[in-house]
Design a protein around this ligand. Sequence first.
Ligand code: ADP
Length: 548
Amino acid sequence: MIQSTMQEGALTISSLLEHSRKFFPEATVSTWTGSGLRTESFSEIGDNAAQVANALAKLGIGIGDRVATFMWNNNEHQALYAAIPSMGAVLHTLNLRLSPEQAVFIMNHAEDKVVFVDASVAPLLQNYVPQVPSVTDVVVVNGPADAFSAPEGVTVRAWDDLLEGESTEYDWPELDEHAAAAMCYTSGTTGDPKGVVYSHRSIYLHSFQVISTAGMALANSDLALVIVPMFHAMSWGMPYAAMMAGASLLHPDRFLQPEPLLAMMKEARPTMAAAVPTIWSGVAALLESHPQDISHLRSVTVGGSAVPPSMVRKFDEFNAPIVHAWGMTETSPLGSVAHPPADVTDPEEAFPFRITQGRFPAAVAARIVDSDGNVLPNDGVTSGELEVSGPWITGSYYSPEGNVSDPSKFHDGWLRTGDVSTISPQGYMTIVDRTKDIIKTGGEWISSVDLENVIAGHPEILECTVIGVPDPKWDERPFVLAVTTEGSTLDVPTMRAWLEERVPRWQVPERWSFGEEVPKTSVGKFDKKKVRQAYADGLYEVINGLEL
Ligand code: ADP
């Protein structure tokens, strides 16, 4: 064997930070204020990051200590993304929409010491901190210190006071690239939330994927509207990838409704944007009644849930093409991205590729397995549980006593995703459903995702979700909760007749409810657990009079 002649070089966040600070004077980070933008350069963000690190060091924060954020997407959060891991501490992004029990559980589990909180959500955090003894300091961002009243033993400061007088330089420590840099808990739809800990190396390598043309192609020429929260799977890696590529960022802060999103797009004309499908269906509905040119978006990244094909068509009409991606908190999160193959240039031929969950990058290995763990063929037809592995895929869940590779989630070094999918011979993965959401009816399977996609294609359906409900004869049958567009008079027989022309007859649901809204999870996905609870008793009224 001969030795390579290459140098070593740790892949660390501080090197991304210094790179962005020195080499991209033209790149900016902006936050929407509700009526305009407040903008800084990466060099100013870097100054703030160094000031934060100096101040945190004085508070006793050192290597491996957890520093939490309870914040929207904004410039201060961007500085914290840079500062905390660079100084060797661990950035712990807290989901603002967790239940109080989950939030307290997570903060105690991670043993957070300092928490940065946006003033607008300080009253929420107020309820949690007294139950988390590890917290010593709270820093209020975008508001005065008295927005948070401290329980005994906790010191509160305002952001400006924390940074006041601190140096804009920090001697970043040389870190092992495998050291913990950031952590994020899954939203815990079943059982307690589980902690995923990213390393400097995993974030660095994942950033290459975000800027790669096989990924999101985030570039120096981009202004990316980062709608996906910084507390949800690290904003899909964009805050770090932007430092690598010198891409400008536009953070929406707390203004996540369609109206302000379109207002900030009008003002800043971002070239790309990323969010879950429910955000885009709201934006699309508003665009129908209030047309606005959004063709400045060269790419709209959609993931987190399956994108309905009708949404892809609609955004094509808006001249803002959707790029569909699949991932999980456990996968950093970029798993697969749906770019059509180079030799398929006709838009209609490319369309079926674009609505798959896409192909995997070189660093992510993927396979599908049956219930005994046997590997199944990539024939595009056979479905099984998707398993993935690679340098930015988690191999265990965080535990203070030592990380745990629970066999229900890991299999021979592979992450069991809990998603059922097919993989085509060309490598395109299609999610059939989450294992727990597949509807088992009379010995056959119905994909709730497929049904949702078809129903969402009806012009008078604003949003819809499908769950399996117990049925005495068939074990389970699909139940649809749908929201119609304003003024629509759609009824169940009409919808059933419409569906009969589009899906096999036995799949057409008998149980329907037209509601005001589909409940959403803390990260904006349809919350099937809540739908199950809410409609468990009410169903029969809905099916009365309908023939099974
Ligand atoms: P949570 O499990 O709390 O929703 P994640 O955001 O980590 O948190 O969710 C990952 C899951 O989201 C995946 O396992 C998959 O079921 C679903 N998902 C993500 N992207 C897609 C997509 N493009 N199509 C279908 N499902 C998706």
